[in-house]
Design a binder for this molecule. Structure first.
Ligand code: GLV
Ligand code: MG
Length: 347
């Protein structure tokens, strides 16, 4: 365990000082683009206005023969646009792959000052974060990058889930974590071919009755345990948890339900892999206007956040004031970007 006084020291001479607090940013959807495709790169300027984060994917789903073109394409798209308040991220190849060193060397050299976050797949433990942390500091120093590039881990191996708390607290460079249900299912030998979401056979069945009436049965959430574990690890380390991909683009209702469960449990956003999922994530990860108005009533009724009051028949106290503040704080960040929602929130 590193000494507390060393935790915030730069890991290379000339690297920027690690951040003590995460930047406050709206990250309802991390939108994946395959940067080797010119047609897709051409749409990036339009995308910047529509999404909270644009991520150039270099890892899985990019064919092996396109790995270098994807890296070059990402550098080109990063240079070509001003991203403003929209995040610019990349998902690099895994640490055991033949591409990752060049991904990092070339991207930090060419666009290190524009890059907000590196997403690291297949993280098994804090040692993976320590390696990337050190390497990024060396590259930042070499290329005079002025602000630290943050790390976002994908939680997608059984060992990673076992070590999730240590991963979350491994470095001040940690931005957050995403559930990777496809790789995680494989790593755990779960018997599903789906990418995220439920499974029709994972359910509970009510007891049989003597009368033999039909037994109620309901599908359960396969990911509940992992999302809950990830949310606690992230919240306790002051970083952000995210739902990852939802692979069935034809089932928008199921995608919305899965994203909403993640939102209610504490997640800040999810991945969007298809244009329709951008709007789903925007809707789900922006707080509901009715909920925001009620939360504002609580804050207004308890200006110093203490005591007890009744609002619309419901008891409020110091704890519900904190719950209300979570919702209103998020609503303010959303409102700063979205005038229509700002009006609905009354902010
Ligand atoms: C994402 O990378 C996943 O494996 O689900
Ligand atoms: Mg994966």
């Amino acid at each position: 365990m590193k000494l507390p006084r060393d935790f915030f020291k730069p890991l290379a001479i000339g690297a920027p000082a690690p951040l003590r607090e995460l930047p406050v940013r709206l990250e309802r959807m991390i939108h994946f683009v395959p940067p080797h495709m010119e047609k897709v790169r051409a749409k990036v300027p339009d995308l910047i206005a529509k999404v909270d984060v644009v991520l150039g994917n270099l890892e899985d789903a990019i064919p092996i023969e396109a790995k270098e073109a994807a890296r070059r394409g990402f550098i080109e798209m990063a240079k070509a646009s001003d991203f403003g308040s929209t995040g610019l991220w990349t998902r690099i190849n895994a640490l055991n792959s033949p591409w990752v060193l060049d991904d990092l060397f070339e991207i930090v050299r060419e666009v290190g000052d524009k890059l907000d976050v590196v997403m690291l797949p297949k993280v098994e433990g804090p040692w993976d974060i320590h390696y990337l942390d050190q390497l990024l500091a060396q590259l930042e120093a070499r290329h005079q990058v002025r602000k630290p590039i943050l790390i976002h881990a994908i939680l997608e191996t059984a060992e990673g889930v076992k070590n999730v708390e240590a991963i979350a607290a491994a470095s001040p460079r940690m931005h957050g974590m995403s559930l990777g249900p496809a790789d995680l299912a494989a790593s755990r030998a779960m018997k599903t071919t789906r990418v995220g979401g439920g499974h029709p056979d994972y359910r509970v069945l009510a007891d049989a009755t003597e009368a033999g009436s039909a037994r109620a049965s309901a599908q359960q959430d396969l990911w509940h345990y992992t999302v809950a574990k990830m949310v606690d690890a992230c919240a306790s380390a002051g970083i952000k948890p995210f739902y990852g991909p939802f692979g069935d683009f034809s089932d928008e209702a199921a995608c919305e339900a899965q994203f909403r469960n993640a939102f209610l449990m504490g997640c800040a956003g999810a991945w969007s892999l298809h244009p329709t999922q951008i709007d789903i994530a925007k809707k789900v990860f922006s707080p509901d206007p009715g909920e925001v108005r009620f939360a504002k009533k609580i804050l207004d009724a308890m200006p110093d956040g203490s005591g007890a009051v009744m609002i619309d028949g419901k008891m409020q106290d110091d704890a519900t004031w904190k719950q209300a503040k979570v919702i209103v704080d998020l609503a303010r960040i959303v409102a700063a970007k979205d005038p229509k929602l700002a009006a609905e929130y009354g902010l």
